[in-house]
Design a protein around this ligand. Sequence first.
Ligand SMILES: Nc1nc2c(c(=O)[nH]1)N[C@H]1C(S)=C(S)[C@@H](COP(=O)(O)O)O[C@H]1N2
Ligand SMILES: [Mo]
Length: 319
Amino acid sequence: MKQKIPPSEVTPEELYNSRRQFMKSTLQVTAASLFVTSCNKKSSSLADITATTATIGVPQGNSLTDELGNALTDYQNIIEYTNFYEFATSKIGPAKLTKNFKTDPWSIQVGGLINNPQTFDLDSIRKEFAQEERIYRMRCVEGWSMVIPWLGFPLHKLLNIVGPKSDAKFVRFETIFDSDQMPGQKSPIYPWPYVEGLRMDEAMHDLTILATGIYGKDLTPQNGAPIRLVVPWKYGFKSIKSLVKIDLVETMPVSLWMAVRPDEYGFYANVNPNVHHPRWSQSTERRIGGSDRVNSMLLNGYQDEVASLYQGMDLTVNY
Ligand SMILES: Nc1nc2c(c(=O)[nH]1)N[C@H]1C(S)=C(S)[C@@H](COP(=O)(O)O)O[C@H]1N2
Ligand SMILES: [Mo]
């Protein structure tokens, strides 16, 4: 007899994977019937149908790995082991301390060197920008990594709407400042709010996304709800959380980490196993949830996509 699993026993990933499996089979059926109706004069072999299916927008990989075959990190690990200094400097603190963090209503003010300055509220962002799933490896500077199925959209979609002026050379990002809600912001050690920056071409790159979800669900507060940046070829700290402000600027922004420790953290922060942090090696990393350490990859394995952005630059100087 088949036993029904009680809902309390079903983990979010199982729910997510079964839903994806369902979506995938729906797509296959649709593709098959499309094929049969539009090409009913030809004989439709199974191979033909499979070929048609492959071109339909099924998420990359076999749905449980990234395109290099790395397994997705468990949802539980992604939401429990986080970095969010506005709440705590430990990895397990934010998951507890963000419980009452208010993320609704929320808006992002976009300004600086653009033709159409405007404030987007989160609901309009969700409506206006089609959300797609992208599986990215996320690499933290202290030598750990995760493989996360993000839900989001390319930042360039939003930037194209506001119309960057020709003198805009960089994008500056800012996290919310609200020390009543974020106890870590009472610490004078850090120059709050958290600030990050990208060069214009990095910001316009298709891999650079604004994310609103993980595993098909809304972001948890500890992961940067309701909206955060994700730049998969850079160290984790570039992927700034809980964004409220984006400005296009002419000069290179000074990030929070550049301000605090300029000798340790540069503007670029591209993952590079050959350029070490002054206090630790960056050649290997621990996959959270996995056992062995793995070798870190130049540009986090996204070389084909982004190496051209840094042609002719000395990456040991521009770290
Ligand atoms: N505002 C803000 N954004 C932040 C941080 C932070 O402390 N505050 N930590 C960064 C660091 S160091 C990392 S590794 C990633 C971690 O993202 P995750 O906790 O969702 O895995 O968020 C980055 N974004
Ligand atoms: Mo990090």
